[in-house]
Design a protein around this ligand. Structure first.
Ligand code: SAH
Length: 478
């Protein structure tokens, strides 16, 4: 992020505007509509205020003389539009004076840029593209316009009017946030959005015990909660709507190293983030410590999220964590995620079941050769069973041995699917006999193995074996 969006207080001073023509008039309209006080140096001497409302025009001071010699006292920002070389010279002056400056269509001489704006009263949404594409910014703005309720600004204003009094009666900041969430998400918020502000105010004033309304515990604290959230295999667009909401509502997030940075980016900015879990070969916060941290967070009234790669209940220790939470009497809920096996199946087009040909699926883990040896391979002899192996990279050769011993054909198609749904996803496909070699061609995990005839349908298989027609293999499966 090169440009940090901030909001300039137009009551703090004047905006100095320099330029001429239609470009400067567009900026004038924007500033006037925003309620800014403007001192305008028209570089062509034409101070044309036509089309502006009288009240807006009254806030515009028409300045003559050289803008480069202008008094900068009380100026909070400088804008140049259609000012030619004077814009560049103004930029040098503004920087020397430490004032933010924008020279229209000239990023090199600007220290700030204008976003596309959604304006709903107290609610302002600014959309920027780092100056790369105003068209993209406008398209995004259109989408935001379409999803925001028309009276969202009224809702913000309504809350603003009651903030002080509620602050006076609820001292705990977490509890206060809960209070406002319940207002915004509940019937009172709906009344404001429906344009019935007076009724909403009455209903809010009628809340006899705001702390209780916010769900306070006996000690007047916010009620804590832990949500186990499945983050999916990596692509942030594969988060469920519920998962996204939990991340946005969290006070603290305990996340695994498997969770991609793009997903961490979706966490509420002010939430605390704690990396937990152990990654192969590296020390970290172990399971007991993780359980303890979650319990402590919930007991102190925080809304904790335990964010896990894939699904929490698929080789994710979600079961153990829920047991610990239950034992500690902590309130919890679980939001499923797309497990890596399903992510791989979708991305690489390997259906896990196929009518008559693939009737069963087994998900297993074989982290170390020792685990792989403990697997009862004889249960996996069925040719119509698709086998999905988690953490199977290091034990690849033991897995091959086990499946061959169980009577699976060395020709059985297998796929190694790494970093699925991420930008650097990779795959290797081939016959079971070559599984260890396939794993070696993958530069780093996490990776999932899919074993079974259905892999012959996958996109990488179709690309690498164009002559080996799928139907042949499926025929053979019968
Ligand atoms: N709960 C997770 C699994 C955790 S076990 C889930 O449901 O997906 C960790 C293993 O998951 C890794 O060793 C790897 O086999 C698999 N895995 C997780 N993310 C993956 C990804 N993006 N691509 C491929 N495999 C992944």
């Amino acid at each position: 992020m090169r440009y940090l969006p901030v909001f300039l207080d137009l009551h703090a001073g004047k905006v100095l505007l320099v330029g001429a023509g239609e470009l400067v008039r567009a900026k004038l309209r924007l500033l006037a509509a925003a309620g800014a006080r403007v001192r305008w140096y028209a570089t062509d001497g034409q101070h044309d205020l036509a089309g502006l409302a009288a009240a807006d025009a009254a806030r515009i001071e028409r300045a003559d003389g050289d803008p480069l010699a202008a008094d900068l006292k009380g100026v909070i920002a400088i804008l140049c539009a259609g000012a030619g070389d004077i814009g560049v010279a103004m930029s040098v002056r503004a920087r020397a004076a430490g004032l933010p400056v924008n020279v229209m269509d000239d990023l090199d001489h600007s220290t700030f840029i204008f976003p596309a704006i959604v304006d709903r009263g107290d609610v302002i949404v600014a959309v920027g593209t780092g100056g790369t594409s105003p068209v993209v910014a406008r398209r995004i703005r259109e989408r935001i316009e379409a999803v925001l309720p028309a009276r969202i600004g009224d809702l913000a204003g309504f809350i603003g009017g009651f903030r002080k009094s509620i602050h006076g009666v609820i001292s705990d900041s977490l509890l206060r946030r809960r209070f406002w969430e319940r207002i915004v998400d509940g019937p009172i918020g709906a009344l404001v959005l429906a344009g019935r502000k007076a009724e909403a105010a009455k209903a809010l004033e009628a809340i006899a015990d705001p702390s209780a309304f916010a769900g306070a515990t006996g000690e007047g604290k916010a009620e804590g909660h832990v949500t186990l959230v499945g983050a999916g295999p990596g692509d942030p667009d594969l988060l469920t709507v519920k998962a996204l909401r939990a991340l946005q509502d969290a006070d603290i997030v305990f996340y695994d190293e498997l969770v991609s940075p793009e997903i961490l980016d979706r966490i509420r900015r002010d939430a605390a983030r704690v990396a937990v879990g152990r990654r192969v070969g590296k020390p970290g916060i172990g399971q007991d410590a993780t359980n303890r941290l979650m319990i402590e967070a919930a007991k102190s009234g925080q809304r904790a999220v335990r964010l896990k790669g894939g699904d929490p209940f698929v080789f994710g220790r979600g079961g153990e964590e829920v047991t610990a939470l239950r034992a500690a009497g902590v309130d919890y809920s679980i939001i499923p995620g797309i497990t890596a096996g399903l992510g791989a199946a979708a991305q690489f087009e390997a259906p896990l079941t196929y009518r008559h040909k693939a009737r069963r699926i087994t998900f297993l883990t074989a982290h170390k050769a020792r685990d792989a040896e403990a697997v009862d391979w004889s249960a996996l002899t069925d040719k119509t069973m698709t086998v999905v192996v988690y953490m199977g990279m290091t034990a690849a050769s033991t897995i091959r041995t086990g499946l061959l011993a169980a009577g699976r054909s060395p020709e059985t198609p297998v796929g190694v699917f790494a970093r699925v749904t991420r930008p650097d996803a990779k795959s290797a496909v081939g016959p079971l006999a070559r599984l260890p070699d396939l794993v070696k061609t993958i530069d780093g995990g996490p990776a999932i193995l899919i074993i079974g005839d259905v892999v012959a349908q996958s996109a990488p298989w179709r690309q690498s074996n164009p002559t080996k027609i799928l139907s042949e293999l499926l025929e053979a499966a019968e």
